[in-house]
Design a protein around this ligand. Structure first.
Ligand code: PEP
Length: 246
């Protein structure tokens, strides 16, 4: 399976940061994995232009479930696709926490992404309290089942397992914990999609992935890439993670 290394710039970046896109493309002109950057929505067309002619795909960080309407501040999947992006992250834990997004809302967003021809990168993951209570697998399975829309396939869907306590904290899940959750997710997918799609859907790990820890994470059987926050902002760091996936 070809890995996907996707960078989530969160609420960071600017026009000037397009220099990082050019530097990344220059350092990895023909990467041996899929590479994607997800900037804040206003930067989408600017990054699409900066990445044009390179192997870097562009994704959004969220979309609305509706195609249009009275939803101030939101962005439709249709517009994201029209701007040249090919994917959208949905259900990031920061949106689940900051905006109260439920599994059902996230499934509706993912369905809208599919309708618009976008890949939906669906994020799931337990909080520290849930892990401490021994509920990590239960939470991952339940969020997966609740957030995956009908019609999800290996071609239009990527799952990102991101333990909330590992995001932006420098704490990384152990290889054994990542292995346990990813293999449970692979099994769970078989009840939600065809056997072929369940086997071919990419499962990303996310949570403080850096050039120094990426190789051991990518060595886990059911890890098919990473969703990277902080380390995606600088071409040198993100490039180190891409090199580890290659
Ligand atoms: C993320 O934002 O999805 C993420 C994994 O962040 P970080 O790599 O900074 O932990």
């Amino acid at each position: 399976m070809r890995p996907l290394i996707a960078g989530n710039w969160k609420m960071n970046g600017s026009r000037a940061a397009m220099a990082e896109v050019s530097a990344l493309a220059a350092a990895h002109p023909a990467p041996g994995c899929d590479v994607m950057l997800c900037p804040p929505a206003p930067l989408l067309p600017i990054m699409v232009e900066a990445a044009s002619g390179t192997k870097i795909a562009v994704g959004a960080q969220d979309c609305h479930a509706n195609v249009s309407g009275a939803h101030t501040g939101d962005t439709s999947a249709t517009l994201i696709a029209e701007l040249g992006a090919t994917a959208v992250i949905v259900g990031h834990s920061e949106r689940r926490a900051d905006h109260g997004e439920t599994d059902a809302a996230i499934a509706a967003k993912a369905a809208a992404a599919h309708q618009a021809g976008l890949i939906a990168i669906i994020c799931i993951g337990e909080t520290e309290a849930e892990r401490d209570a021994g509920r990590a697998l239960e939470v991952a399975r339940s969020q997966l089942a609740g957030s995956l829309p009908a019609g999800a396939t290996a071609a239009n869907t990527v799952i990102a397992y991101e333990p909330v306590w590992a995001i932006g904290t420098g704490k990384v899940a152990s290889v054994a914990d990542i292995d346990e959750v990813h293999s449970a997710l692979r099994t769970a997918l078989a009840d939600l999609m065809s056997a072929e799609d369940a086997a071919a859907t990419r499962l990303l790990y996310g949570g403080s992935v850096k050039p120094g820890n990426a190789a051991e994470i990518f060595a886990v059987t059911d890890v098919n890439g990473a969703l990277v926050g902080g380390a995606s902002l600088k071409a040198a760091d993100f490039g180190g993670i891409i090199a580890a996936a290659e």
